[in-house]
Write a protein of this length. Structure first.
Length: 270
């Protein structure tokens, strides 16, 4: 089975390679999905199969009503081998116009084990609808990767394939073709969605978790767990939805002789 290459938030900050997205041939039952995972906590209630499907449908519908959002972003990575913790702090902007979706993530603070390592990290991760740009100002490395053939439409939120994996605007049955799914209803009102790959040869992560605020209709926290147990947690705060404010997603390519390393990867060369 072919593993399609994916670039994005996880690939740029937490891991060397990300996996692709491939659907199976049959839609599993919700009973089988819920029974496949046992990550319940005392403060949570295991949702019924109907409640699980309702949440997945609500996330699908949110893909139609979500035009834009911005939020403060905090990404925490705990490296198990060294027992070190990296925290990237910045902001995210997302916008959808017609069939084109874009996002811009800017990190300006990097902390290692509680101490600020770079106060002006100057790290940008941008998807403009066709290209994914990883601009590291501290290292002066500019990488621009075409993630889809010219003329195609890319959903940057698509699980396992999009640069920013959030289960919004996706058919629940397609999600369940590739993932065992479980829903926990937390005491604080959050909906805790847990997804585990059915075929671990296709995906290079062990688990994805989403804490969804039902009032906002989007996740406010995402956690990815690698096969070796390494957790990466992205937390969104000060979330603003559908403000209609314009945002500039354009990133200039550094000029020759500017001291930057520039790497351009068109689709054909991947």
């Amino acid at each position: 089975m072919t593993r399609r290459r994916c670039v994005g938030l996880w690939a740029a900050l937490m891991m060397p390679v990300a996996a692709g997205f491939a659907f199976g041939s049959a839609t599993p039952t919700l009973e089988a999905s819920n029974a496949a995972i046992a990550d319940s906590t005392p403060a949570s209630k295991l949702a019924s199969q109907a409640e699980l499907l309702n949440v997945l449908h609500a996330l699908q519908d949110r893909g139609t009503t979500l035009k834009d959002f911005s939020a403060n972003l905090r990404v925490r990575v705990h490296h198990l081998r060294t027992d070190e913790t990296d925290i990237n702090i910045g902001k995210i902007w997302y916008q959808r116009q017609g069939s084109t979706s874009r996002f811009d993530i800017h990190f300006d603070i990097l902390a290692v084990d509680g101490a600020i390592a770079r106060k002006h990290a100057d790290h940008d991760l941008v998807f403009d609808g066709r290209w994914f740009i990883d601009r590291d100002g501290a290292a002066k490395i500019f990488r621009k990767t075409e993630v889809a053939p010219p003329g195609s439409v890319v959903n940057p939120l698509k699980l396992g394939q999009g640069p920013l994996p959030i289960p919004i605007g996706q058919d629940p049955h397609e999600v369940l073709k590739d993932f065992h799914a479980q829903l926990l209803l937390n005491a604080n009102g959050m909906e805790h969605l847990i997804l585990k790959p059915r075929d671990k040869k296709v995906f290079d992560f062990d688990k994805l978790q989403f804490w969804i605020d039902p009032k906002l209709g989007i996740p406010v926290k995402i956690r990815r767990t690698d096969p070796d147990g390494t957790p990466t947690t992205a937390t969104f705060t000060n979330i603003k939805i559908n403000t209609g404010k314009a945002h500039d997603f354009h990133v200039h390519v550094p000029a020759p002789g500017s001291g930057w390393t520039v790497i351009l990867q068109p689709w054909k060369s991947q």
